[in-house]
Design a protein around this ligand. Structure first.
Ligand SMILES: CC(C)(COP(=O)(O)OP(=O)(O)OC[C@H]1O[C@@H](n2cnc3c(N)ncnc32)[C@H](O)[C@@H]1OP(=O)(O)O)[C@@H](O)C(=O)NCCC(=O)NCCS
Length: 174
């Protein structure tokens, strides 16, 4: 793990760098369409505001050498999935390739499993996103299956790989 990486909850003052880094089609091409593109400063401010009313707070800034570099967080699910949470992340392009996201995801996994009630984390990755698959595998996530042509992004049907990780405190033998 990269010792220069840390996480903390989002601050209003993160808005400018958040908007600057996410405003990148190379990032947006790997994310869901509800995230605006282009992404305005107001979008960033609204997003930060929305994270601050959550209980528990599950959204974090990724910091590299104490500088804002990206986002990582998880969303608690509902109904029969209420002990599962979906994890998501992106990192500003200037910071790619330094092991930063793998370290940040590990920190968030530890937080989710030790500080909150989460029993299982999962996410889905567009199949061409090898860097994201690698991040998850480095942290211990297991590929659970493929949703064939389950995604339409930029007008193209894509396969999606589902990854999951169980909380070892609750499922020690799996
Ligand atoms: C995916 C993303 C978060 C990775 O961030 P990062 O900090 O560069 O990732 P890391 O450096 O921790 O690890 C990336 C790993 O993937 C590997 N990798 C990168 N590109 C790769 C490729 N095309 N094929 C195979 N492996 C690749 C790297 O070598 C590294 O592995 P290593 O540490 O064993 O060398 C970043 O590229 C990003 O924000 N992408 C756009 C948004 C996104 O994809 N979010 C996730 C949606 S599921």
């Amino acid at each position: 793990m990269n010792p220069k990486v840390s996480i903390r909850h989002l601050l209003k003052s993160d808005a400018e760098l958040l908007a600057k880094y996410i405003n990148n089609k190379k990032i947006w091409d790997n994310l869901r369409d509800y995230i605006p593109h282009p992404y305005s400063l107001e979008d960033a401010q609204n997003h930060i505001d929305s994270t601050q009313v959550k209980d528990p707070k599950t959204d974090f800034a990724i910091l590299f050498e104490n500088e804002f570099a990206g986002l990582v967080g998880f969303n608690m699910q509902t109904d029969v999935y209420r002990h599962s949470a979906e994890i998501g992340y992106w990192l500003g392009e200037p910071f790619w390739g330094k092991g930063i996201t793998s370290s940040a995801v590990k920190l968030v996994v530890d937080h989710a499993f030790n500080v909150t009630e989460v029993k299982r984390l999962y996410t889905s990755v567009f199949d061409f996103n090898k860097a994201s698959c690698k991040v998850l595998e480095k942290v211990g996530f297991i590929a659970e299956g493929v949703g064939k042509k389950s995604v339409i992004k930029n007008g193209v049907y894509l396969d999606e790989i589902r990854y999951g990780l169980l909380n070892p405190k609750f499922f020690p033998s799996t």
